[in-house]
Design a protein around this ligand. Sequence first.
Ligand SMILES: Nc1nc2c(ncn2[C@@H]2O[C@H](COP(=O)(O)OP(=O)(O)OP(=O)(O)O)[C@@H](O)[C@H]2O)c(=O)[nH]1
Ligand SMILES: [Mg+2]
Length: 368
Amino acid sequence: MLDRALVLWFPGPRTATGEDLAELHLHGGRAVVSAVEAALSDLPGMRRAQPGEFTRRAFANGQIDLSEAEGLADLLSAETELQRRSAIAMAGGVFSEQVEDWRGRVLTSSAAVEAVLDFGDEDDVSDLPPDFAQRIAALADELSGWLSRPRAEALREGYRVVLAGPPNAGKSTLFNALVEDEAAITAPLAGTTRDVLTRAVAIEGVPFLFADTAGLRDETTDVIEAIGIDRARAALGRADLVLWLGTEGDGPDGCWEIAAQVDRSSGKASPRHAVSAVTGEGLDALRRDLVETARHAMPRPGDAALNVRQHGLLAEAEASLRVGLAERDPLLVAECLRRVRVSFDALVGRATTEDMLDTLFGRFCIGK
Ligand SMILES: Nc1nc2c(ncn2[C@@H]2O[C@H](COP(=O)(O)OP(=O)(O)OP(=O)(O)O)[C@@H](O)[C@H]2O)c(=O)[nH]1
Ligand SMILES: [Mg+2]
C-alpha cells in the first residue's frame, strides 16, 4: 500500500494531447509521491515527461496549433491580469482563427491566379477578377493593422520605466516607493547607487519593470561609479519611459520631468509630476499616469498579441502581399501568394500544400 488515491482514465482521442491519459490524484506528501514514482519507474517504458511535452504532443497530434501552444506557454507564465487575458486569447485560438481566415482568402486569390495560368488561353478566364488587387490590398492593410499593434513582449517583460538624474536626486528613494520595497540603498552621499537595479511589479494589473540607476555626472574619480554611469546610460537606451529627476530640459527625449523631494526643495518650473517619496505626496498621481501610459503601450485586455516569431512571419506575409500587388505577371503573383501562405502555415505550425490543392479544385469549376 502506497496511498489511497483517485485514478482517472481519459481515453483518447478527445483528451488534451489526443492520446490516452491517466491521472493519479495522490495525497501530496513528498514521501507518497516518491514512493509512487519509484513504483511507476519499474514499469517498462515508463519515464518522466520532458518540459512542455504534453503541449508538444497536443500540437503534434493536431489538438492545438502553434499559436495556441504559444498562448498556453504564456498563460502558464502569466503573472499579471493583463498577461493572463492576452494569453487566454492566444491559447483560445483567437489569432489562429484570424490566420485561418486570411489563409482562406489567400487561397481563393491563389486559385484565381492559377486559373489564369492554366486556362489563360481560353477567353472567359484570361484575366484576374476585377476586384483582385483590391482584395489583396485590403488583406495587406489588415496585416499592417495587426503588425502595428503593441507586442506581446511588452506584456511579458513589463513596461520599462527607468529612473535617472544626477546623484542624490532621490532616484533610489522614489524607486523604493514605486516598487513598495526597500530594494535600493538610499543615502545622502552622492554616488550611492552603482549598479542598475531592476524590479518587476504589477500596478493595477499592468506589468512594469522599474530600473534604478547610478546618478549621472561627468566628473567622477571613482572607477566603479564610472562603470555604473555607463550602465545607467545603457539602461536609458532600453527604456520605454524615463523618469527624469535632473535639471529640467537635460533629460532624454520623451522623458517625464519629475520634481522629486518636493517636501524640501523648490523643484522644477513645470514638471509632469511633483512628488515626495518621503511624504508620499504626488505618488498616486504618478502611479495613475504610469498605468494609463503603459496601458496604451500594451495589448488591450483580451487582445491576442503577437510575439517576435509571429510578428516576423506576419511581416513577411505582408511584404509578399505588397510585392504581389505590384506584380503584373500572373506567374510571379502566384509565387508571391504562395509565399504568403508559407508564412501563414508557419504561423500556425502547419506546412503543407495539400489543402491548397483541395481549395483550388474545390472552389473552381474545372469540369467545363
Ligand atoms: N525629505 C526628502 N528626502 C528625500 C526624498 N527623496 C530622497 N531623499 C533623501 O535624499 C538622499 C538621496 O536620496 P537617494 O534616493 O539615495 O538619491 P539617488 O538619486 O538614488 O542618489 P545616487 O544613488 O547617489 O545617485 C537620501 O538621504 C534620501 O533620504 C524626499 O522625497 N524627501
Ligand atoms: Mg541611488
